[in-house]
Design a protein around this ligand. Structure first.
Ligand code: PAF
Length: 291
């Protein structure tokens, strides 16, 4: 497998990408794919590095997908900086960057959507209705355009990861979905392109998200079995941030995302919190000691 850093070739038309990748695929090369919306940070780069390690050819897409943003959300101000993104991607050795236009992704007459089921119903969907329909639709289109063997997603967007896994299974897509751990700032804040919106004061307050879920993990490790107590403790820590508003804080089954009535095995803590109007999400697996 190639590991030398290369300057990525950038294409905006799917047919160009497809004809470039066809030959590679025929010659037996494996294709690793990292879909992104740009504004790249270490979290994205960890996905790219995993793809680089495990695949012969690495494709990264950069596309701020309008259909996954609701009305009044941050689509217009979502950070876009292709030059900075390209510099980062050159350093980690990406072969192809696919940066399509809206016309390429949603040409006139586009009218077919992927509607995810139960796994998409709770949590994010309650605050961002239609979000996962937009995500699943664009990811399926990107999968069709790129034709990857392996695709890389961050555990940071945990519900998104499960939605994509479900879609891949339901549509028999011949793609392995690879989940990569959340990358955190030194103080624990999960890396996100949206962290750039935080003022210095709100950036300081944002530490409560990771503090609350790491505290929950410690509680479970030391014997706490009540999801209600865990959620109450998470809420108490978050309330220490004066500008925090909780969208949801929950302890759920890691596969179905349904709330659990007791912690009898691994569970997932899920959080969405607005700090000074900036919406942040985080999650963590809580694992009781065995035996
Ligand atoms: O996680 C993201 O950045 C986006 O939801 C994705 C998967 C690139 C689809 O637009």
């Amino acid at each position: 497998m190639s590991s030398e850093p290369t300057s990525p070739r950038v294409v905006s038309r799917s047919h160009e990408l497809q004809s470039a990748l066809k030959g590679l695929r025929r010659s037996g090369q494996t294709i690793g794919f990292v879909p992104t919306m740009g504004a790249l940070h270490e979290g994205h780069l960890s996905l790219v590095r995993a793809a680089r390690r495990e695949c012969d050819t690495v494709v990264v897409s950069i596309y701020v997908n309008p259909t996954q943003f609701g009305r009044g959300e941050d689509f217009d101000r979502y950070p876009r900086n292709l030059e900075a993104d390209m510099r980062l991607l050159s350093d980690v050795g990406v072969d192809w960057v696919f940066a399509p236009t809206d016309a390429e992704m949603y040409p006139e007459g586009f009218d077919t959507w992927v509607q995810p089921g139960r796994i998409a119903e709770r949590w994010e969907n309650e605050f961002r209705p239609g979000h996962f329909r937009g995500v699943a639709t664009v990811v399926l289109k990107l999968f069709c355009m790129v034709g990857p063997d392996r695709a890389y997603f961050g555990e940071k967007d945990y519900q998104q990861l499960l939605v994509i896994r479900r879609m891949v299974e339901d549509f028999n897509l011949p793609i392995t979905i690879c989940a990569c751990p959340t990358v955190r700032e030194p103080d624990g804040l999960a890396m996100s392109s949206r962290n750039a919106y935080l003022s210095p004061e709100h950036r300081r307050q944002a530490r409560v998200l990771s503090q609350s879920i790491f505290d929950a993990a410690e509680r479970v490790a030391s014997g706490e079995r009540s999801p209600d107590n865990l959620v109450a403790a998470m809420r108490k820590i978050i309330a220490e941030a004066s500008d925090a508003v909780i969208d949801y804080a929950a302890v759920v089954d890691p596969n179905t995302l349904e709330p659990v009535s007791a912690v009898t095995g691994p569970v997932q803590a899920l959080l969405a919190v607005r700090i000074g109007g900036v919406r942040l999400i985080d999650n963590l697996r809580l694992t009781p000691p065995s035996g």
